[in-house]
Write a protein that binds this ligand. Sequence first.
Ligand SMILES: [Zn+2]
Length: 340
Amino acid sequence: MINIPDKSIIDCHVHLAALPDSNNGCLISSSMLKSPLFRFLLWKHKLSPKDPRAANRKYIQDLLGELRASRYVQQAVLLGMDGVYTNDGRLNHQATEFLISNDYVLQQAQAFPNEFLAGVSINPQRIDAIEELHRCAEAGATLVKILPNSQQFDPGHYRYQAFYRELARLGLPLLSHVGYEFSRMGKDQSAGDPNRLRTALEAGATVIAAHACSYGLMMYEKYYPTLLEFVNHYPNFYADISALTLPNRLGMLLKLRHHPEIFDRLIFGTDYPLSVFHLPMWGLADFSTIRKIMRTTNRFDRQYLVCKNLDLGFISLQSILKTTHTLAPPIPTPLLASTV
Ligand SMILES: [Zn+2]
C-alpha cells in the first residue's frame, strides 16, 4: 500500500448528475428519464424530477455532505457528459440521451473550490472541440472525460490527433471510459476497447483508463493483458480504480492486488453515486475488518478501506497533475484570447 496522508486524496471519478433547468445547459431524453438506472438515482437521493432546480441542489448538497464527512478523501473531480455529434461536428439532439454541460461542471467547481475540481467532457468529434478545450482549460478544468461507447465516436481515429496533442500541451489528462457500457444499451461496444486509446497515448496525452480497463461483464477480464502492456509501453498511461468493488468488475480488483509494480499507475476513484460493495473482502479478510467496512457507509471511505485492506495500492490524482502541468509549456495568450 502506498502511504497517503489522511484526508488528502482526490477522487478522480465522481459523476455530476443534473436535470435540465432551462439555464444549466443540461439535457435528458424522456426515455432516459424512465430508465431503471435513472429512476434508481432519483429514488436513492430522494430527488423529484418535477422540481429540477431543487433536485440539482440536493444532489450537490448530498455529495458535499458525504465528501466533507470522509476521513480520507478531500476533493472530487466532477465529471460532465458531452453528447453525440453528427459527422460534420454538430450536436445530435435526437441521439443524445443526456448531457451534463461543461458550464455546469465549471460553475460547481468554482462555487466549491475546496471540494470540487472540474472534469469537463468534450466529444472530439464536435466541430469546436479544440476551442472548447481552450475555453475549459482557461476556466480551470482539471481533466477531460470521454465516454466513446455512448458518445458514439471511435477514440482511435487519426482525425482526433490534433485534439489529443492539444490535451498533451495543456497538461490535461484524458479520462476515458473503457469496456462495456451499461447506461445505454445497443451502442457500439467496440469503442470501449482500450487499444483505441493508443492514438491519444502516442500523441503524448496523459490517459487514464476508467475502471482499470475492466470489461464489466463479470469475471471475464479480456483487457487485463492490455492494461499490463500499456503500463509497460506508455509512461503516460494510468488507470483509475473506480467501481472495482462492483460484482461485475471485482475480477479485475482481485487480479490487480497481486501487481504492486503497477500501483503507481492506479489512481483513486469511486464512480460516485454508484455503491461501493464489501463483497470483494469476503474470504480475504477477517470478520472484524469486514464488519468495520460494513459499518462505513461513506462511499469514499468504504472504497479507500476495501482497497487498502485488500492491499491494492494506488496514487491520488494530484501526483500526476503536477507532472503533466510541469511538463506542459505555458498556454500562449493569443491562442486563448481568440476563444474568449
Ligand atoms: Zn463512471
